[in-house]
Design a protein around this ligand. Structure first.
Ligand code: IMO
Ligand code: MG
Length: 423
């Protein structure tokens, strides 16, 4: 069987949680491969809605195995809160979730370092979620990190103390005042790592390959989006992990040849939280309308999201770096009733027309728009292709032609039922 991958193609918040929950009905295994609690994956079914941060979005499907992969960074305290909330819904979370030993741990001092780094950047700040993501990945690549598997070994406390001392020394240089009670957070963290140990710990590379060999298809669930990739995003305004398809291989120990479908999830418009370039951003009443209608407020931090029109050069870039085979368009219903829907089909950079995403994040990029006539009616009610308004079909057809990949799924509302799978 293959490892199929779901990726966000924009700046995160594309609706990956909903789609993974829908697709999970077809996959016995769902795995997160990168990112951490900076993610906020929202799922709604019936009257229940839930935001997942660390646990894969297959957890609400009976019988699905959910894996937290080695490319993830895990905060034991957030993980525990999340699992207890899932358990409160009557879901046997311990039977459904397994954790890679190679997964790196987020320490309370990583969160302090995140806050101190951002404060030091002042106006140039990244707009991090302040969950300790950047500092935890820095320790991983700097070979200082603590991993889940270390919890099973002797000498964990000593390793923890050594790393904490390094962090405190750096914080002292910043003369940074802790915004929370560190001793209290640490005491709790130590209890929460014990809770984490009540879950099955796995050697993820053996587990994933054995599952595939046994005929079990795996769905890899990306967090964040391609434009936040540490290598190919708008550096330094990025997250600290590989959000592109390649990250699924390194984050789960699966070879590239085993990848099957690559589902690229994008919203029918764009949003971004935090700093960094956003060529099609709308700072006007239309942008506010998109934010209100689309409920574009962060699922993790509550921050208002920046909003703008769909950006085709960015979408093509994301499709290229990940080899997307199937597009999934989300939240087109938010555009219901707009007279005109715009799409950036290219950019003008220094007076030159281009469809390439520029290296320079400070470049003056002016989008070149194509306008589409808006559609009447309520997309959220459409259950069949025949129900879709012609103007909307023309919008989708243009995107498919411009990007060169078919839109296989249209999500037309937050509920599982509002999902149109196309032939
Ligand atoms: P999901 O999985 C949207 C953004 C932050 C910030 C930058 C770096 O829900 O799509 P970090 O905390 O990673 O150091 O922040 O990345 N960011 C996200 N934006 N959705 C996310 O996740 C994000 N995770 C991080 O706002 O600009
Ligand atoms: Mg989110």
């Amino acid at each position: 069987m293959t490892l199929d991958v779901v990726l966000g193609l924009q700046w995160g918040d594309e609706g990956k949680g909903k789609i993974v929950d829908v697709l999970a009905a077809r996959y016995p295994v769902v795995a997160r491969f990168q990112g951490g609690p900076n993610a906020g994956h929202s799922i709604q079914f019936g009257n229940t809605s839930f935001v997942l941060h660390s646990v894969p979005s297959g957890v609400f499907r009976a019988d699905a195995i959910n894996i937290i992969g080695s490319g993830v960074v895990l905060d034991p305290t957030i993980f525990r809160q999340e699992c207890e909330a899932i358990e409160a819904l009557g879901i046997p979370v311990r039977e459904r979730v397994r954790i890679a030993r190679r997964t790196h741990l987020i320490l309370p001092t990583h969160k302090l370092l995140d806050a101190a780094d951002e404060a030091a950047l002042g106006k140039g700040k990244i707009g991090s979620t302040l969950k300790g993501i950047g500092p935890a990945y820095s320790d991983k690549t700097g070979r200082n990190g603590l991993r889940v598997g270390d919890l099973e070994q002797a000498g964990f406390q000593a390793k923890y103390d050594t790393l904490k001392r390094k962090h405190l020394a750096r914080l002292a240089q910043y003369r940074f005042e802790a915004p929370f009670d560190l001793a209290g957070a640490e005491a709790r963290w130590m209890e929460d790592v014990q809770y984490l140990l009540s879950f099955p710990l796995i050697d993820v590379e053996y587990e994933t390959n054995a599952l595939l060999d046994a005929g079990q298809a795996i769905l890899a669930e990306g967090a964040q989006g391609s434009m936040l990739d540490v290598d190919f995003g708008s550096y330094p305004f990025v997250t600290s992990s590989s959000t592109a398809c390649a990250g699924a291989c390194t984050g789960l120990g699966v070879a590239p040849g085993r990848i099957g479908k690559v589902y690229g999830v994008f919203k029918a418009y764009c949003t971004r939280v935090g700093s960094g370039p956003f060529p099609t951003e709308l700072s006007d009443a239309t942008g506010e309308e998109l934010r209100q209608r689309g409920h574009e407020f962060g699922a993790t931090t509550g921050r208002p999201r920046r909003t703008g029109w769909l950006d085709i050069p960015a979408l093509k870039f994301a499709v290229m770096i990940s080899g997307v085979t199937d597009l999934i368009m989300m939240k087109a219903d938010v555009l219901d009733g707009f007279d005109t829907v715009r799409v950036a089909c290219g950019y003008r950079v220094d007076g030159q027309l281009t469809d390439r995403v520029p290296y320079d994040v400070y470049a003056d990029v002016e989008p070149v728009y194509k306008d589409f006539k808006g559609w009447e009616g309520d997309l959220g009610q459409c259950r069949r292709e025949e129900d879709l308004p012609e103007e909307f079909k023309a919008y989708v057809a243009y995107i498919e032609q411009a990007v060169g990949v078919p839109v296989r799924i249209l999500s037309l509302g937050p509920d599982r039922a509002q999902t149109l799978i196309r032939k």
